[in-house]
Design a protein around this ligand. Sequence first.
Ligand SMILES: CC(=O)N[C@H]1[C@@H](OP(=O)(O)OP(=O)(O)OC[C@H]2O[C@@H](n3ccc(=O)[nH]c3=O)[C@H](O)[C@@H]2O)O[C@H](CO)[C@@H](O)[C@@H]1O
Length: 358
Amino acid sequence: MMKKIIITTGGTGGHIYPALAVGKKLLNRGMEVLFVGSSTRMEKDLVPEEGFKFLGIDVYPFQNLKKIPSNIKAFLQAFKIVKKEQPDIIIGFGNYISIPVLLAGAILGKKIYLQEQNADLGMANKLFYKIAKKCFLAFDTTYEEISVKDQHKFLVTGNPLREDIYTMDKDAERERLKIGKDEKVLLVTGGSLGAKSLNEAVIKSLKDIYKDKSIRIYWATGDKNFGEINEKLEDQQIKVSDIIKPYFNNMINVMAAADLVVCRAGALTVSEIMQLEKPSILIPYNSIKVGQYQNAKILSENEAALIYSDSKADEAIEKALELIKNDDELNKMSRKAKNLKKSNAAEKIVECLDIWRS
Ligand SMILES: CC(=O)N[C@H]1[C@@H](OP(=O)(O)OP(=O)(O)OC[C@H]2O[C@@H](n3ccc(=O)[nH]c3=O)[C@H](O)[C@@H]2O)O[C@H](CO)[C@@H](O)[C@@H]1O
C-alpha cells in the first residue's frame, strides 16, 4: 500500500525549501505527501506552486498570549487532519508552525522525525526530539553540543537543498547570465525576508558600485523594503533593473555565478554557500532567538567568511568591495567553504525513514 507522509513547516524560505526538497524525493519514490503549515504565511503559496497538497491551519507564535484561543483551534485543526489522514510518519522542519501537527502526532502515537536547519536547535525541535525517532541535523557543531545520552536521536546529514544545486557550474551560470570574463559578481541577499540594515548600506555605496564597471551587483532586497528602495534609487537616478529585485527565483544560479556573497546567516543560505564553495561576508540577524550568529560562526571559524554586526553593515559593504578584488583571498576562502559541504542531505534523510518495509 502507498505510504503517506505529513510534512509540517512554514514561515520562511529557510524552513520551507528543505521540506520541499525532502517532499520531492518522497514523491519520486511513490509516497503520498501532504504538507500542513500556516494558512497565512509563505508556505500557503510556495508549497502548492511546487505541486504538493497543502492544508493550512490558523497557527500563531506562542509568545503572543492574545492568540491562545486561535492556537487551541490550530491544535484541534491539526488533530483532525492527523486523525483523518492517518500518516505513516510525520516530519517536522522546525518553526512554531510545526508544533500543532507534531503535538497531535505525538498524542495519536505517530512516528515523528525532525529536521533542524540551524546550528542551534530551535524551540519546536527541542520540544519534540525526545519522542522523535530521529532528528536530522545540518551541522556537526550541533551534534557536538548534544548530551551524549541523547546523541543516538540525532544524525548529521546537512541541509536538504534544491536538487539542481548539486550539478551547478560557475562558468555555465556566468555564461547564462551574460557576465563578462573580467566582471566580478557580488551577490547581496537578506534571506527570504530581506534585511533592512544591509539594504541601507548598499544604497549608500550603489553609485560607486555602478561606476566600477568591473563589479556587477545582484541584490535581493526582500519584498518589504523594495518600494522604498526604488524611490531612493530614483532620487539618485539609478535605474532598478533585473539585477535588483525583491526576490530571485533563480538565487542558486546567481549564487553559483558569484565571486563573493554578502548576506544574512540564515541556515539555508549558509549551507548553499558551502555547497557552492563561496567566500562570504555575513551580517547575522541580531535576534538571539533565530540563532543566525551561531550559523555564521561555522563559516567564520573555518576562515571561509567574515562576520559583521548589524550596526557595521556599512563597513561590511566597504570590505566586500575591497575583498572582491583580491583573488588570492577569495580562492582561499572558497577552499575553506568547500571543506564544510555536506551534499545530498534529502537523499540521506529519505533513506533513514522507517517507511521502506511493508
Ligand atoms: C528572520 C528569520 O527568522 N530567519 C530564519 C529563516 O531564514 P530565511 O528564510 O531568511 O533564510 P535562509 O537563509 O535559511 O533561507 C532562505 C532561502 O531562500 C532562498 N532565497 C532567498 C532570497 C531570494 O531572493 N531568493 C531565494 O531563493 C535562499 O536561496 C534560501 O534557500 O529560516 C532559517 C532556517 O531555519 C533561519 O536560519 C533564519 O534565522
